[in-house]
Design a protein around this ligand. Structure first.
Ligand code: GTP
Ligand code: MG
Length: 299
């Protein structure tokens, strides 16, 4: 008789609530990219946490309330589908900046019949802590949550407690993935996301939103051990291409070396990264381009 527990847990919530930061914190590895700006995450990102006797498969999602265009539609569908067929939904709320229940979020949650937790994130920013009380009360009356738990994904406050509570409601089930797996995404996807994260960090306004990254080559060499990576960045306009390359190529170099450092840390070997920038007009509205850049709905 086995008592191993396993299940799927999706993290949903408004843009910028800290879903990706929380996924990284709970899994213990930086798998999902983070930025201070909303609508950073575009795809469904999985992160697998193995514990003694339990495996939790977390699903990070784009923020509810995405923008327009085909990409926005893809992001909205991705978030909504992530609550289908999961064992638990964790609604992540920015308890400091954007704490109160809203109709759109509640409508998405209403489509989910299984258990849901309300995770009040960013409590490190809340002073005095008594500001939490009306927030907890508001979510308590808005919906029947299995738990309402204040946490900080940034400093880790109550994140172990959250893991315990999650394991407590998972069904008895063998592991879905091998114990050394951290995600089910291909490496090329992760590499593209790391590059995109640096574009979010280093460029402003529309540029990060207009950027897509496609990895063209990822080759592992044995002597000396290294990874050769070639990737193309696509933006929507010539002016954005100019900004991304920068004067004398300085911006692209900054993006490239920051991404390379992060990739070397993650893969634990030397990385050679070559980046080019192309223009693909209005790709966010173009169904074919979206498919080409890997925005595919998984059923
Ligand atoms: N102070 C504080 N900041 C946090 C916490 N969690 C996340 N953040 C910050 O909030 C910002 C957004 O974090 P993300 O994890 O990218 O948020 P997200 O919900 O994934 O956002 P989208 O992917 O755009 O929907 C980043 O600047 C994080 O550093 C927290 O617990 N405390
Ligand atoms: Mg995110």
């Amino acid at each position: 008789m086995t008592t191993h527990r396993a299940g799927f847990v999706s993290l949903i919530g408004r843009p910028n609530a800290g879903k990706s930061t929380l996924l990284n914190r709970l899994v213990g590895e930086k798998l999902s990219i983070v930025s201070s700006r909303p609508q950073t995450t575009r795809n469904r990102i999985t992160g697998i946490k193995n514990l003694p006797g339990a495996q939790i498969v977390f699903i990070d999602t784009p923020g509810l309330q995405a923008t327009g265009g085909k990409l926005g539609e893809f992001m909205r569908k991705t978030a909504e589908r992530a609550i289908e067929d999961v064992d638990l939904v964790c609604l992540v709320v920015d308890a400091a900046a954007d704490p109160m229940p809203d109709a759109a979020t509640l409508a998405v949650l209403a489509a989910h019949r299984g258990p849901a937790f309300c995770v009040l994130n960013k409590v490190d920013r809340l002073e005095p802590k008594s500001r939490l009380l009306p927030v907890i009360e508001a979510w308590r009356v808005a919906r029947a949550f299995g738990e309402i738990l204040p946490v900080s994904a940034l400093d880790g406050t109550s994140c172990d407690r959250l893991l315990d509570l999650i394991v407590g409601i998972l069904p008895v089930h063998p592991p879905y993935f091998p114990e050394d797996a951290m995600t089910d995404q291909p490496e090329t996807f992760y590499v593209a996301e790391v590059i995109r994260e640096q574009i979010f960090q280093l460029t402003r306004q529309e540029v990060p939103y207009a950027a897509a990254v496609r990895v063209e080559e990822l080759t592992e060499r044995e002597r000396p051990p290294c990874l050769l990576i070639r990737a193309s960045i696509f933006v929507e306009q010539d002016s954005q291409r100019g900004i991304l390359i920068g004067r004398g190529g300085t911006m692209l170099k900054r993006v490239g070396s920051a991404a390379r450092r992060e990739l070397e840390r993650f893969f634990g070997i030397k990385v050679f990264l070559a980046l080019t920038v192309g223009v693909r007009r209005n790709w966010r509205k173009d169904e074919r381009a979206l498919r080409e850049f890997g925005f595919l709905l998984t059923s």
